[in-house]
Write a protein that binds this ligand. Structure first.
Ligand SMILES: [Zn+2]
Length: 386
């Protein structure tokens, strides 16, 4: 059984210990058991601590049957005195977010009776799932209460109650008939069973911000950032607002309205642009040229198949002449419509389709489709005179 230093002192980042055993688990990887450790193994939704033992990087930390194993890439013989260093910055950031999660879960439980049914901390944010619905207003209220608790610096304590005390205790994550249940209490806010290291007071959590909400199988999934992560989130969002202010030349309080107005203006401009393109295309299509082979043709860009057909129907063409209208560009390819009202267009179609990459359907008097050749290649095919 390993003595868990982090349970008594979650702020002790440097420690000495003696190696109890060393086992090679695969080529070049060894699991080191110590008599005592400040390294928290993975558990309760929180990742394992990082750090070093005698200068060797600790790759993972795991626990089985009250024995904690530290995976390193070199053997350390049993009996060796070692010094361990836990990554202080990462541990503190995790404690800020983990203790913040306890506080938010406790407030939701006492206010709404909902249970925490899922928790994950990926070093960027806390994901918390509770088994009931929450509105935006309720979430703002929870956030305000959680930050009030931070301002009050409520004490956080962890202990192992005796079986009788445990049986009478009302706590979250209630465990039945379990020995050695560790209770973490936030004075006045939450009591919960948990094995991880926590802060000693809520003030150290720093700002608690709920940055996302989504429905989750009848419950609610919340994304939360605490402490340093909340500061980083604020700095990033502040920079984004400053960038918008500079780009749109507006005051901070005007940014949301200015972006909405710009979005509406853009939609209107796009519609006007589209209308103009269609009108321009119609004008270009109504002044066709005649190829060396006698085909009337016109190019444009921005017209769809329907506009091409409308223009084709409006054209006045001598009897037996084939018309070809195309819309597009060399990069995207060309939509086309082709017709001959009085005679078969097969000969003209065969001549063009043998020279360019063209796919289309239709009959002897009308065809439409897509051409993937360049304008130059299409013109060359049209003007071929053999
Ligand atoms: Zn905990």
């Amino acid at each position: 059984m390993t003595q868990k230093i982090y349970e008594d002192d979650s702020y002790l980042y440097e420690f000495t210990a003696t190696v109890v055993s060393c086992r090679e688990v695969s080529s070049g990887l060894f699991d080191i058991e110590l008599d005592r450790t400040a390294f928290f193994p993975e558990g309760g939704g929180q990742y394992a601590d990082k750090g070093t033992i005698n200068g060797l990087d600790v790759i993972t930390v795991s626990e089985k049957d009250d024995v904690i194993l530290h995976r390193v890439c070199e053997p350390i013989p049993a009996g060796t005195a070692v010094s361990g260093i836990v990554d202080r910055e990462m541990r503190f950031l995790r404690m800020q977010n983990h203790t913040g999660e306890h506080l938010v879960s406790g407030i939701i439980h006492s206010e709404f009776g909902y249970n925490n049914v899922g928790f994950n901390f990926d070093d960027k944010k806390v994901t918390l799932i509770v088994d009931g619905p929450l509105t935006d207003e309720q979430i703002t209220d929870i956030e305000n209460k959680a930050n009030e608790a931070v301002f009050r610096n409520a004490a956080v304590t962890a202990y192992y109650p005796d079986a009788e005390t445990l049986a009478s205790l009302d706590y979250r994550s209630k465990l039945e008939n379990i020995q050695n249940v560790r209770i973490v209490n936030i004075e006045g806010y939450d009591t919960c069973a948990c094995c991880a290291p926590h802060l000693k007071g809520t003030a150290e959590i720093g700002l608690i911000k709920i940055i996302g909400r989504a429905s989750d199988r009848g419950g609610t999934r919340l994304l939360i950032v605490c402490g340093r992560l909340a500061l980083e989130d604020y700095q990033n969002k502040h920079k984004a607002v400053r960038d918008i202010m500079a780009a749109l030349a507006v005051k901070e309080e005007e940014t949301a309205a200015a972006v909405k107005k710009m979005s509406a203006d853009l939609l209107e401009e796009r519609k006007r642009n589209s209308d103009l393109l269609c009108r321009m295309a119609a004008m270009q299509l109504r002044t066709p040229e005649r190829s060396a082979g006698g085909i009337l043709y016109a190019f444009t860009d921005g017209a769809g198949c329907n506009e091409l057909i409308t223009c084709l129907n409006d054209m006045t063409v001598e009897s037996g002449v084939t018309c070809l209208l195309l819309s597009g560009n060399d990069e995207k390819g060309y939509f086309f419509v082709m017709s001959n009202k009085d005679a078969s267009l097969r000969q003209d179609w065969d001549k063009i389709s043998s020279a360019v990459k063209i796919n289309g359907g239709g009959d002897d008097h009308f065809r439409q489709g897509k051409c993937r050749s360049t304008k130059e290649e299409i013109l060359s095919a049209l003007n071929k005179t053999d």
